[in-house]
Design a protein around this ligand. Structure first.
Ligand SMILES: [Zn+2]
Length: 496
């Protein structure tokens, strides 16, 4: 049995000014790894592609990893990058294989295609019309018909923060291998509801997504190969942004359809619970101060979530609104992770550890899609530490995978330690803090540019969480985003 395995993962924020060339799909290299280098990069990690590799080896298959390409969320994928990665997958398929396992995202938009995954699968189908294909997808998939029409199995994550990525790969891979062994006939149904759940309300520890994902697991326990609800990614102005469901049964189309409709109806009934009302920033900062004043010593930080500028949703990670409010309010005992500003890092490296510097920090990237220009903030402090910014994730999210925040430095104002980085990394893992000498459990306030994923590695440390509405292309304010191309009517933009 000959298998091809490949990964192409990108969550595209169509409002993001952060470019997505091929180099963004590679850690510390110009292009993503292929073949044995890809196996070495991912074997033993918590990724879906690692599950595919394990399953292929356990089955004694002759397998080849065409390419393993994953990029941090940002603006539309450059056409050249898409063509490079898709070209590697197509070339491997063209050499002949019995099955294909794909680790995709599901919300990839390229410069030329709103449905990047559907375009990839359509091209594969064009050269291999009957090839069995299994796909693992992120819970933030914006499902287009072409994705489901051109493969046999789809499995989506059941958790957000995404801590079951490996298990999702196992579900997709097992169903496909059973099909190849003649032991299963995967049969898929899918559908959508016209709703755009806010990301801040999508956490799978919280209602209603907790119950929706629990029902998916029940359906799998009742016999489905895979049952998935995709909460969707709303910071993408494309027709089919929003919530969807896919169920794969064994040779029972009617049951797949019935379960799909049940999941969609459950989600639709909860649509109001997916709406996120924002608190004004000044009120949030005041509330955080009150909580900190009342908390017992040693009880962990008050987390300040700068959720409008989360790089793992395509944020520039350099807006200074929330950090500015923290500085203006005179909060002390703060660690802030992080401000993306490669030029500021270079200035700090030139000044050296211990030097006092005054910098125009952050605000380097304009956000024309939402009518904002970058607003740097002048900050004075001491250079406390310089790092190469490389670390390995402890997990539970992206366990064992390498992360690279590029040349990094810590600027200490006396009250606030500001981590400044040169490559986008969301703070969801303790190792990111260890890499820059910060013990997050010991600070009074922990400002994070994150929405939900920070919970994976840091929630257990937090005394309290205060959402802080700043500025950025991850805003939960759909009015600010101006979603023009999404299908209408759609809830909550329209009161249906
Ligand atoms: Zn996701």
């Amino acid at each position: 049995m000959k298998l091809v395995i490949a990964q192409m993962k990108h969550e595209t924020n169509t409002f993001s000014p952060v470019p997505t060339p091929l180099s963004r799909f590679a850690t510390s290299a110009e292009s993503p790894p292929e073949g044995l280098a890809a196996v070495a990069a991912y074997r033993g990690t918590g990724s879906a592609i690692a599950a595919f590799i394990d399953l292929a080896e356990a089955a004694g298959a002759d397998y080849r990893v065409a390419i393993a390409a994953a990029a941090s969320p940002s603006g539309p994928v450059h056409d050249a990058a898409f063509e490079h990665i898709a070209g590697r997958v197509l070339a491997a398929v063209a050499e002949g294989c019995d099955g294909l396992l794909l680790d995709l995202h599901g919300a990839m938009v390229t410069q030329s295609h709103d449905d990047g995954e559907g375009e990839l699968l359509r091209r594969i189908r064009a050269i291999a019309p009957a090839l069995p294909i299994g796909v693992a997808l992120d819970m933030h998939t914006n499902l287009y018909d072409a994705m489901a029409e051109h493969c046999h199995v789809i499995a989506g994550y059941h958790t957000y923060p995404h801590v079951d990525v490996y298990e999702t790969g196992q579900r997709a891979g097992r169903a496909l291998l059973a099909m190849l062994a003649g032991q299963a006939k995967p049969t898929m149904a899918w559908g959508r509801r016209p709703m755009l759940p806010h990301v801040m309300r999508q956490g799978s520890d919280d209602s209603p997504n907790r119950e929706l994902q629990a029902r998916c697991r029940e359906i799998e326990a009742e016999g489905a190969h895979c049952a998935s609800i995709f909460v969707g990614f709303p910071n993408a102005d494309i027709e089919f942004a929003g919530l969807s469901a896919v169920v794969v049964t064994d040779d029972d189309a009617a049951l797949a359809q019935r379960w799909t409709e049940e999941l969609l109806d459950l989600a639709w009934a909860q649509r109001a619970a997916f709406v996120y009302p924002q608190e004004p920033l000044a009120q949030s900062i005041q509330r955080a101060q009150q909580i900190a004043a009342a908390k017992p010593a040693g009880s962990g930080p008050v987390v300040l979530l700068d959720h409008s500028d989360n790089c793992a949703s395509g944020g520039t990670m350099d807006t200074m609104t929330v950090l500015g409010a923290v500085l203006d309010a005179g909060l002390d005992g703060v660690a802030a992770f992080a401000i993306f500003d490669p030029a500021a890092v270079q200035l700090m490296i030139q000044a050296g550890v211990g030097a006092q510097v005054t910098l125009a920090l952050g605000g380097k990237l304009d956000m024309p899609a939402i009518g904002l220009t970058g607003q740097p903030r002048t900050v004075t402090g001491k250079v406390r530490l310089i790092s190469d910014g490389r670390y390995t994730n402890l997990g539970p999210m992206f366990r064992g995978e390498a992360s690279d925040m590029g040349a990094s430095a810590v600027l200490d104002t006396g009250r606030v330690q500001i981590v400044v980085i040169s490559d986008h990394v969301e703070p969801h893992d303790l190792a990111a803090f260890t890499a820059v000498g910060i013990a997050p459990e010991r600070v009074k306030f922990l400002m994070l540019k994150s929405r939900i994923h920070w919970r994976a590695g840091l929630r257990s440390l937090a005394h309290a969480v205060v959402d802080c509405a700043g500025t950025g292309v991850c805003s939960s304010d759909y009015g600010l985003l101006g979603l023009h191309r999404v299908r209408r009517p759609i809830y909550p933009i329209d009161a249906i």
